[in-house]
Each structure stands twice: as C-alpha cells, then as structure tokens.
Design a protein around this ligand. Sequence first.
Ligand SMILES: [Cu+2]
Length: 296
Amino acid sequence: MDPTEEWYYKTFFDCGEFGFGLSTVPLQPLTDCPANAQFMDAYYAGQDGTPVKISNAYCIFERHAGNILWRHTEVTIPDIEITEVRAEVTLVVRMVSTIGNYDYIIDWEFKPSGSIKMEVGLTGVLEIGAVADNSIAVNHDHFLTYHLDLDVDGEANSFVKNKFVTKRVTDKSTPRKSYWNIVSETAKTEADARLHLGPLLLEDDYPQIRGAFTKYNVWITPYNKSEKWAGGQNREIQNKDIVLWYTIGFHHNPCQEDFPMMPTLSGGFELRPTNFFESSPVLKVRTIPHKHVNWP
Ligand SMILES: [Cu+2]
C-alpha cells in the first residue's frame, strides 16, 4: 500500500456531515472547477423522506498549482552541483454551499506528503443596507466548524499538545543564555484539549452566549454519533475514540472592494502527519519528464 494511502485510510474523517449539505449547489464546469475535473451528483433526504438530487455537487481534480513539493541544490560537494526538484500535484475535492447572500467554497486537498488541507473560500453578494445616500454593511463574523473523526491507527487515540518553551541556562555550562524546547502534554479531559481562538465579543453578549463554541477553535470530545455540534462536557478523552472539532473564524470588516460582489477570501487549516511515517513519504514522487509537458 502507498504510505500516504495508508495515512488517509487511518485518518478517517467524515466529510458527509456538513451542515452545509442541504445548501449545496451544482458546480459549473470549467469555472467552478478546472477542465480536468470529474463531477459527482449527491442526494439528501427531503422533508418527506424522498431522495433529492443535486447534480454536479462535487468535483474532483488534480491540481498542478505550480508549487514545489520538495527541492534541494547540493552545493557543498567540490566541483559538482546537483539539483533535484519535484513539482507538487495534489488531489482536490470541492463543493460549494450557498447560504443566503454568501457562497462558501469548501475544498479538501490531499497532498503527496500525506497532508490534508481544508480550505474554505467566502464569496457572494455583500449584505447591505441603505442609509440616506450611502450603502452600509455591518461588521460580522463567519464561523465554520469541521467535525473530524480522526481514527489514526485504530479507534483509540489521544490528543497531544506540543508547546514551545523557553529554557534559561543557569549552570554556566555554555555561554548561551537560553534555548527552546518542546514540551508535550497529553490532554486527559475535554477541558484540557481546548485551544483558544480569542473572540472579539464579550462573554455576556448574546451572540457570544449563543455561539459559545467559538471561544475555542479546537475541541476534542469522545465520539458520539448523536453529537453534531461543538461544545464539551469535560469527559475523559485519553486513549479513546475521539473526534476533533475545528472552528475557522472570519471577522469580516466589509470594505468598498467587497461591494457588490465579494472577491473570494480564504481560510483553512492543515492536518500534517507527524512521526507517523518512518521517513519522508514524498521520496517516491517522480519528476515530470519535460517532453510530457503541454504548454497552453
Ligand atoms: Cu462576511
């Protein structure tokens, strides 16, 4: 098995549970997705239980973004210079959900390094009000929560936080005054695992009470099929079947360039394997022969 395939298999995630699912819109070939994309339909259960079809709900394509996967020029050998470069080719799965005036472009990008990158792009029509001769748009937030069931090497998993810590040298063993180190902490309970986002609103303000999950951008909870929304109860999470809730927040201060159509604004995060593989999983990636390149 390809080592990255194994990682994807072990890093099981459920991308079918977007609250966005019902708002999925058909993708337009050649503009929503590139010419090399394949499209798939999707179905959801309608109000009366009958299946409702969304044509071209997903697209899947190889992305040749022009990025470097890895490279090195070896300059330390006398009289010889060796250069090896590999272009990055990734696999992207895309869907778009339109909710009111906004369109959310949701990408899952699978990289040869084993990294899985989640990206969401915000675009659409800015919601505005008219005040005398002017148009105004209010400051607002967008929060998107990803519900990730990370079963790495089986169901039992733990959440480990790696913190960078400054250490002062006190024993005069070296002229250096300090160094830095990594201190690993395994979260025992849900409260231990929360990571802070830093909300702008006061805690007793009504939108903040309603969206209290946005106070932290990472929550870890034990797997429970019926739980669909972020927010913990401080249960034990060490060596358990755990799920990770990642909340991406956008504090949107509208500007004139967002009116009337907002150019796509993107945010995201990356799941990167760390000490999972024995060595770099990209060594097997071949270079693209020049004769196979068709310039447009
Ligand atoms: Cu906005």
